[in-house]
Design a protein around this ligand. Structure first.
Ligand code: HEM
Length: 520
């Protein structure tokens, strides 16, 4: 002790500690400030001459990214940079899609790292590279997609059970804020396929499944308000980050319990609870695919929720807005559904793929309401020279504009929602598969494209179709406000979301089919 006291009395030691502290603070502040420097040699859009700080440019991005992107291309640039919420982003023209969509030096993981502090603060663990062996992707692309046929009836039954609670039978019009409440419905139905019957109705799990995503974005925003050198300390005390840790604690408890219970059942140590499980699920496939390799089941499940719940809810809400605004499509869809289910004697293997108008309607809604107006959000891990000689500097954050989805050269009258658009395109010779909801291309970007194209799109498509079948057959729909037009999606920076304030009305109707054909 005396030795330490003597040591600290030494003026050289104190100046050393002070110098080290200054270096930490300055380097940390510099790295944050440097993050906001525009890239050399790339035209800037959205920051005006004479603006010293980036404050106004950031606000322009938040409020009007769509028009900034248009402005950049209208000025003739095929790549330019805009100041996004935390750093400049290089926006690229879709003409680069082919060369960039699977580029090995554009990193999806680095983009996640930059956005969520590399997952290094507890609570953000889901954003750290959790799955070096691609177990989650293998399961979603492989097992889950292959099981879609056998999952159709269980998903349909769970939808029916969920709707009983969410939309209890009513002869009178009842009010419902679709955008706000639908994530819970989607979380429950998705969790049936991810974690099985017991957990898909567990309120604590559903709370994690829906809210971890929302709360993680909030926690990032709050933690970023602190200088980087203080973040390793303050994150422990910020309620927003503590909330994330609470979510993960709950998730671990629930998922781990289920894993243990299934193990005991497999080993014959406890009986299968009644009613027994009806189908294997993602949790089973995680175990089989990991085959002894380390894998964090709870983080895997939260990551799946992150990818699946709000994306699916957004498309479901958007399509309900489109259909409510175009009720003649509701009648046409009911007729298509009734006809297919009658022909097939219920939901069979190919029933959903026979509902081509349903597929077309969903694809058209996704075309105009993708999760964001840009795709391929990546970080360059080296200098990348594009085919026209332009360079993307190492460390740059890049995105590709998704405006091909509204390009008049590709789509006639592109700003108008036309539920028959893709049905007509599919009827052209040789185009049967090209215009399906799950098909992607360099211009068709609702599910992304290239290496990281949405792994869960086949599941998402089937799940939304099943939910829609129930919603359309069992209920009538209208907007609460008589003169309500189709509520447009809301842009926040480059992200898009359904208007969360639109009030809808529903009432029960005669389904016009034998409900046994939906597995009930
Ligand atoms: C309508 C619903 C959905 C939409 C619009 C959607 C959209 C997307 C998009 C645009 C990407 C590409 C991200 C990028 O390139 O940066 C993506 C990736 C991904 N999606 Fe989806 N998604 C949906 C539903 C789902 C569901 C239900 C699951 C899981 C069952 C899922 C799992 C994934 C995964 C794992 C990735 C990452 C793939 C990879 O890294 O290779 N998605 N999704």
């Amino acid at each position: 002790m005396a030795l330490i006291a003597g040591f600290l009395k030494d003026v050289y030691v104190w100046s050393g500690i002070l110098a080290a502290l200054i270096i930490v603070v300055v380097t940390s502040l510099f790295s944050e400030v440097a993050d906001e420097f525009f890239y050399k040699g790339v035209p800037i859009v959205g920051k005006e001459n004479g603006e010293v700080t980036n404050k106004k440019a950031k606000m322009r991005f938040l409020m009007s990214a769509r028009s900034l992107i248009k402005q950049g291309f209208d000025q003739g640039y095929s790549r330019f940079q805009i100041m996004a919420t935390f750093r400049p982003v290089i926006v690229l023209h879709p003409k680069y899609m082919e060369e960039l969509k699977s580029h090995p030096d554009l990193s999806f993981e680095e983009a996640m790292n930059k956005a969520f502090f590399g997952g290094k603060y507890p609570g953000f663990d889901v954003f750290a590279p959790i799955d070096h062996e691609n177990i989650l992707l293998d399961v979603v692309r492989g097992n889950l997609t292959q099981a879609l046929n056998s999952l159709a009836i269980p998903l349909s039954k769970e939808t029916a059970a969920s709707l009983e609670g969410t939309f209890p039978p009513s002869k009178e019009w009842k009010q419902y804020i679709f955008a706000q409440q639908v994530p819970l419905l989607v979380a429950r139905i998705s969790s049936l396929a991810f974690l099985g019957t017991r957990i898909c109705r567990n309120k604590d799990w559903l709370n994690v499944s829906v809210n971890y995503t929302i709360d993680s974005f909030n926690a990032v925003r709050v933690l970023r308000l602190w200088p980087p050198f203080l973040r390793p300390i303050v994150h422990w005390f910020l309620p927003e980050v503590q909330k994330l840790r609470d979510h993960l604690r709950v998730a671990r408890h629930i998922v781990q319990d289920e894993v243990e219970q299934r193990k005991l059942i497999r080993e014959g140590k406890i009986p299968e609870p009644e009613p027994p499980r009806t189908h294997p699920d993602v949790l089973d496939w995680f175990r089989e695919t990991a085959a002894g390799r380390p894998f964090d089941y709870a983080l895997g499940q939260v990551a799946l929720s992150l990818a699946a719940i709000h994306t699916t809810s957004y498309l479901l809400t958007s399509v309900m807005y489109d259909l409510t605004a175009n009720p003649e499509f509701i009648d046409a869809l009911r007729e298509e559904i009734r006809k297919v289910l009658q022909e097939d004697g219920g939901i069979q293997k190919s029933s959903l793929s026979k509902m081509k108008l349903l597929d077309s309607v969903l694809k058209e809604t996704l075309r105009l309401n993708p999760t964001g107006m840009t795709v391929l959000h990546r970080v360059a891990t080296r200098n990348i020279t594009l085919s026209d000689g332009a360079v993307l500097p190492k460390g740059a954050t890049v995105v590709v504009s998704g405006h091909s989805m509204r390009d008049a050269a590709i789509y006639e009258d592109p700003e108008t929602w036309d539920g028959y658009r893709f049905l007509r395109l599919r009827e052209q010779p040789g185009s049967e598969h090209r215009y399906q909801l799950v098909t992607t291309s360099n211009q068709d970007l609702g599910f992304g494209c290239g290496t990281h194209v949405c792994a869960g799109r086949f599941f998402a498509a089937n799940e939304i179709k099943i939910i829609l079948i129930h919603l359309l057959l069992k209920y009538d729909w209208k907007f609460e406000k008589e003169d309500q037009d189709r509520p447009p999606s809301i842009d926040i920076g480059t992200e898009m979301m359904a208007n969360p304030m639109v009030s809808m009305l529903f009432k029960s109707r005669e389904p016009g089919i034998d409900l046994a054909s939906l597995g009930l």
